[in-house]
Design a protein around this ligand. Structure first.
Ligand SMILES: Cc1cc2nc3c(=O)[nH]c(=O)nc-3n(C[C@H](O)[C@H](O)[C@H](O)COP(=O)(O)O)c2cc1C
Length: 191
């Protein structure tokens, strides 16, 4: 896939195959995050990689999936993510305003993952206090969000957005994701 094809075909994945994601790939993803743009190059982000089954189970119980269609969008039993990357802000390095950095780093990881055939879902709806305790993360480090990862076991389809932003599942269980039309969002030279 070209980079542009990676960008166009990426979708949030919430059903995964029971196939492990290698340490080598997980390290590559964090490396892609490490090299992302960072405001004033301050680099406040750090990462916890979770790939052990027992820890994965504990993290899974702290996540909220696909709010518009809950609980239909939850990973089905046996189709849970096979790895997580927890994105942390080291508040000793930067107290606030790290969200743009996090967005850039996370998108780097999402695209690098998809380039390797690995699907992901970026989750902000997470129980931070519980995850903080499970992973023994010190108070100096704030959980920004969680990236769930695994080989995809669904193929969501992009749709032209008509009157609602809400994604839906059809009778076969396929997820459809509406996106605004290019002509509705693009302006050349003046608004
Ligand atoms: C900042 C952010 C937070 C998100 N949080 C969640 C979440 O907590 N749970 C979830 O299932 N999906 C979450 N998503 C995924 C969105 O629902 C998804 O990106 C959106 O429906 C569009 O689908 P697409 O990613 O396939 O284009 C989040 C996405 C972003 C960018």
């Amino acid at each position: 896939m070209t980079l542009y094809e990676v960008l166009l075909t990426r979708r949030s994945i919430r059903q995964f195959k029971a196939q492990p994601v290698s340490r080598n790939i997980l390290e590559k993803l964090v490396n892609a995050a490490r090299l992302a743009p960072s405001a004033a190059n301050i680099q406040p982000l750090e990462f916890v990689v979770v790939d052990e089954e027992e820890v994965r189970g504990k993290i899974f119980s702290c996540l909220r999936w696909a709010a518009y269609i809950a609980p239909q969008g939850n990973p089905r039993p046996g189709h849970e993510p096979m790895a997580y990357i927890i994105i942390l802000a080291n508040t000793g390095i930067k107290e606030k305003g790290y969200e743009y950095d996090a967005g850039a780093a996370i998108e780097n990881m999402i695209l690098a993952a998809w380039d390797q055939g690995i699907g992901s879902c970026w989750l902000l709806s997470v129980e931070r206090d519980k995850i903080q305790a499970v992973l023994e993360i010190p108070k100096t480090h704030r959980i920004d969000s969680v990236l769930a990862l695994g080989y995809p076991d669904e193929e969501p389809a992009v749709e032209v957005m008509e009157d609602s932003v809400k994604y839906w599942k059809d009778s076969t269980g396929r997820l459809h994701v509406p996106k605004r039309k290019l002509e509705d969002i693009i302006h050349f030279n003046k608004f």
